[in-house]
Ligand binder design. Structure first.
Ligand code: PMP
Length: 359
């Protein structure tokens, strides 16, 4: 049988592993930080109507500039942003790929602070960008001084900061973003996939007069739209022009554009469950210590918890009960998404039945 290594694949991709969060259809799926609440039926009806209208025109290519979607996203983000400040693609993963295609690539580097979102290094690999790393402070935090000194040491072309950070949930101070920007002559990308779950200012508030700052967002998390694949980015119009150089023409289908615009018209309803999800997150953080685990602070819709003697065994025991969480590869840790009240109860009850710290 032919194996991958028998093929003339790029040398720099040999031995790499693809992104591979398990996709299992079990009753409680808390492993990829989706919004587990289905979208309201009235909104779904409006989306179907918009998509149906778009279908009638699919003999033509879609609007290459996704003008209406950029208008909707600019209005949603506020912060004085205009459509010229907005980019979008099929998930923020594709947005990040565009960023690395335009500003990274062979001979260039991107600096990240692991543990962080696993796709950051995978997209670096795919675009031939060298992935360099620096350490975090205690409890996965990042201070302005730590970030600035890593940038001065590594001199990367691009810096990736994840705010709040996945998989740890750690919030990032706005002062850290400012310090990172001042320390680098290169591009600073702040991945704000989970921004709607955090309190306090976002990197969007720093965009004015910072043409090398790029802020990526997604409709996959708080916005309950993961299956539609819509991510976006806000930046100076010149940075958006750079992304235009690497995107494939018509990369956002007419159906995607129609669905996203219709959903954004109902932003309040789509985001209605965010407060409840935050409450479930805080409920898990409050309950886990009594079960012998050590949850980390989280500003996102998930909780990373330590003190797990055998993460694989706990993962498997929960899975046997139809509960899917995530082993993110951090020793003695597991990560769980905050879902509905009922899902939290099922998860916590199952964990309690396993006994103290999964022993
Ligand atoms: N950034 C972070 C930090 C994420 O956790 C994720 C999804 N897990 C993404 C980006 C990508 O999400 P999407 O491509 O669905 O927008």
């Amino acid at each position: 049988m032919t194996s991958l290594n028998d093929l003339p694949i790029r040398d720099d991709l040999r031995g790499k592993t693809p992104y591979g969060a398990p996709q299992e259809h079990v009753r409680v799926q808390l492993n990829v930080n989706e919004n587990t609440h289905p979208i309201p039926e009235g909104v779904a009806t409006d989306i179907v109507t918009a998509v149906a209208r778009a279908v009638l025109g699919v003999n033509r290519y879609p609007d290459r500039e996704f003008t209406e979607l950029r208008e909707s996203l600019a209005a949603y983000l506020g912060h004085g942003l205009a459509p010229e400040n907005i980019w979008a693609a099929n998930g923020s993963n594709e947005v990040l790929q565009h960023v690395l295609q335009a500003f990274g690539g062979p001979g260039r580097s991107v600096l990240g602070f692991p543990p962080t979102y696993s796709m950051h290094s995978i997209i670096a690999d795919g675009t031939g960008t060298r992935w360099v790393t620096a350490e975090r402070d205690t409890d996965y935090r990042l201070s302005a001084a730590t970030v600035a000194s890593a940038i001065e040491r590594e001199r990367p072309d691009i810096v990736f900061l994840c705010s709040p950070n996945n998989p740890t949930g750690t919030p990032l101070g706005i002062d850290v973003i400012e310090a990172a920007y001042d320390a680098t002559p290169g591009i600073l990308l702040v991945d704000e996939a989970y921004a709607e779950f955090q309190d306090g200012p976002t990197a969007l508030s720093l965009l004015a007069d910072r043409p090398r700052l790029l802020v990526s967002r997604t409709m996959s998390k708080a916005f309950a739209f993961a299956g539609a694949r819509v991510g976006y980015l806000a930046a100076d119009p010149a940075a958006i022009d750079a992304l235009r150089l690497v995107r494939l023409p018509y990369h956002l289908s007419a159906l995607t554009q129609a669905a996203a615009v219709a959903a954004l018209a109902h932003a309040d309803e789509m985001l209605a469950m965010v407060d409840d999800i935050k409450a479930q997150r805080d409920r898990m953080i409050a309950a886990l210590p009594a079960l012998g685990y050590t949850p980390h602070e989280s500003a996102a819709n998930f909780v990373l918890f330590g003190g797990v003697a055998d993460p694989h065994a706990v993962f498997e025991s929960l899975f046997a009960e139809g509960i899917l969480i995530r082993d993110v590869g951090i020793p003695n840790h597991l990560r769980v998404t905050a879902g509905t009240d009922a899902e939290t109860t099922i998860f916590l009850d199952a964990l309690a039945r396993l006994g103290a710290a999964g022993d």
